[in-house]
Design a protein around this ligand. Structure first.
Ligand code: SAM
Length: 345
């Protein structure tokens, strides 16, 4: 399908983003750093080579880039990483982006975090207009937590969750289902999260990046997780949608919501409304495909945003219909060479 790319017109107003499959792009996820204070075994290898700091967009450039997407109709902005809260000065970016909440241009400014820095930043995030945070937590066992994250301290994360709730932030927990690691614990995680008034989403492990371990060994299809959980709970399908790929059930016994993100066993691309930008200004139109567009050059080429808008428009004409992740015995290598920490999970 051919989509006309607007020509450079200095007087033009930014136009909304609609891809070749008539999906409106209203959600941007921005990886503000590829660095993290943890090294989760399914996410990174132990000795990751991180980007030189000089390659990163500055906080001012990240603000300009995000704001250009807001100009083009993005209504929801999520900062992620790497660990977004380890980027130096990150609160300046939250603070400056909050003007789009006040103006009404943006509906939601949020983040995905491992929670390790929340005791320090929760109140400030709330003051910047952040209402909800996603905290990634795969286990409540301190030893397992250390093994999964390679050196993280569970207590710090739990204190971060306390701080977030005390600051009035709504917390959703994201847990990756890992075969032989936390599969026995998922029912306990449901009870714990729901007992604290938090939704829980369970995520299937995705084949992103070389992690120095065997993906098949980690892979646990959520169909199995769901049937195991059905032995402990009554799971009722509900229509709740957050604009994301999760499909939700209500857990009758806890009264809480449980989401499943199943990129491998169930494809969720048909309603995709999102794109991702890395901390170097590379735009990925799909988490599961290699095609990308460089936005750093048009951003730096001129103080006007026209080239940037044009580069974004052109890239959106190439947004693919979907991804095709596969983990099976014939596909032991990563489906994609880049790690989740680069594209932003
Ligand atoms: N550091 C932040 C955090 O821990 O939430 C944000 C970045 S992290 C890459 C975002 C999410 O991606 C986390 O929930 C993490 O568990 C998940 N993730 C990382 N690699 C993954 C993979 N290969 N498959 C599925 N989820 C993955």
């Amino acid at each position: 399908m051919n989509v006309a790319v607007p020509t450079l017109d200095l007087a033009s107003r930014p136009t909304p983003l609609v891809d070749p499959f008539a999906r409106a792009i209203t959600y941007l996820r921005v990886s503000v750093t590829d660095r993290c204070d943890f090294r989760c075994v399914y996410c990174m290898s132990e000795h990751m080579a991180f980007l030189p700091k000089a390659d990163l967009l500055t906080l001012e450039e990240l603000d300009r880039l995000c704001s250009a997407f807001v100009d083009k109709g993005v209504r929801k902005l999520r900062l992620t990483g790497g660990e977004p809260l380890v980027r130096r000065g990150i609160m300046t970016l939250f603070g400056s982006l909050s003007r789009h909440l006040r103006s009404g241009a943006l509906e939601e400014l949020t983040l995905t975090t491992n929670g390790s820095q929340l005791t320090r930043y929760a109140a400030e995030l709330k003051a910047c207009g952040v209402e909800r945070v996603n905290v990634s937590l795969d286990t409540l066992d301190p030893d397992k937590f250390r093994a999964i994250t390679r050196w993280g301290e569970l207590d710090k994360v739990l204190a971060g969750i306390d701080a977030a709730q005390a600051a009035g932030l709504k917390v959703k927990i994201n847990a990756v289902a890992l075969k032989g690691v936390n599969e026995d614990e998922l029912a306990a995680l449901v009870r714990w999260a729901h007992g604290r008034g938090m939704d829980l989403t369970i995520i299937e492990v995705m084949p992103l990046g070389d992690i120095g371990e065997d993906r098949l060994a980690q892979y646990l299809p959520l169909s199995m997780v769901r049937s195991r959980l059905s032995e402990s709970f009554t799971l009722e399908d509900i229509d709740h949608r957050t604009g994301g790929p999760a499909r939700y059930v209500q857990v009758k016994e806890t009264g809480g919501r449980l989401g499943f993100i199943t990129p491998l066993t169930h494809n969720f691309c048909e309603s995709c409304n999102r794109v991702r930008v890395t901390c170097t200004g590379t735009l990925y139109m799909c988490l599961g495909q290699e095609d990308a567009a460089d936005l750093r050059s048009p951003l730096r080429a001129s103080e006007s945003n026209d080239r940037l808008y044009q580069a974004i428009d052109e890239a959106i004409t190439r947004k693919p219909k979907g991804h095709d992740f596969v983990i099976d015995r014939r596909h032991q290598r990563p489906a994609l060479s880049r790690h989740m920490s680069v594209t932003g999970g």
